[in-house]
Design a binder for this molecule. Sequence first.
Ligand SMILES: [Zn+2]
Length: 355
Amino acid sequence: MSVILRNIQIPLFIKIETGCLRDIRKVLDEQYLHFEKPLIISEPHILELGGNDVVNAFGQPATILLKENSIAEGRRIAAEVREKGNDLIISIGGGRVLDLGKYAATKAQVNYISVPTTPSNDAICSPVAVLKNEDGVTESINVNMPVGILVDSLMLTSSPEAQIRAGVGDLLSKFSSIADWRLAYAEGKERMDDFAASLALSSAQLIFESFNCKVINLNDPKFLNKLMNGLIVAGVSMNIAGSSRPCSGSEHKISHAIDALFPGTSLHGLQVAFGMLFAMFLRKESIEPFVHIYTLLQLPMTHQQLGLTDEQMAQVLLKAPSTRERYTILEKIGITPERAASLITEYNGFIKHYL
Ligand SMILES: [Zn+2]
């Protein structure tokens, strides 16, 4: 009888160390990887902050500065890569730069290396790129995984605190996305991949347990490394599942709806952090275990803290189910204009006991 196993794609290397960017050639050599003509995508301030270590390691490679993280721009870069014969794309920066790079690399069919400089979301190592289409609406597109990930721990310590808080929010949100996935499975709407789910959940657990304290230094390199590791593991769980399902449920739909209706409201991780509490309220789960972290990190607990009125939040709730095809508590409840308004009134009353 043959042994039945599945193949999963994971990066060849992950290096999280101080100063590792300048050693990128050595890291590639160790993996027997040789690239002749890399293309770098980044932003000027990121290059100054340390990204130039990668640029210098390759001599003067072609470098594209981020203009917009759209599908059109990704296609344009892919065409340039094919025309000029680049054999590798390296993205150095935050989520927008990473998403653009992995999409362009997938389109051009070349390898891709991710060099995240802020631990703000789980796009670092995921098989999904979130980019704007021609209508300005964000889409989640399946892409190839990076061949490797390099993180300079020292660069992480200069991340803005809001980005770090957002990264924690995105990781914590897996408690909600997995609950929604289990719900979809229990109701016969979707298949469950327990291995992917347990990986996503353990990444959230890892960071949840870091907050058994009264104060935390968000710029502590050890904490940042742990956060980065958690975000990478969450990304791998998506690859195992073959979709963003382990990491994205109703709390992400709420955030996608905010992005579509009220762009620029807040950071992704902060929006999903709020979305998680709202989703837990809808699922009638206790938010008690999370109040400490939300208070300590000043994560948003209400839509008002994100700058949204009750009326705007009602629009968000009505829009949220259509943002992704995925069964969650929102679909179970069935959101109508009347239901949205009454749920928001109920939530306002519920959450005020925790503020
Ligand atoms: Zn997310």
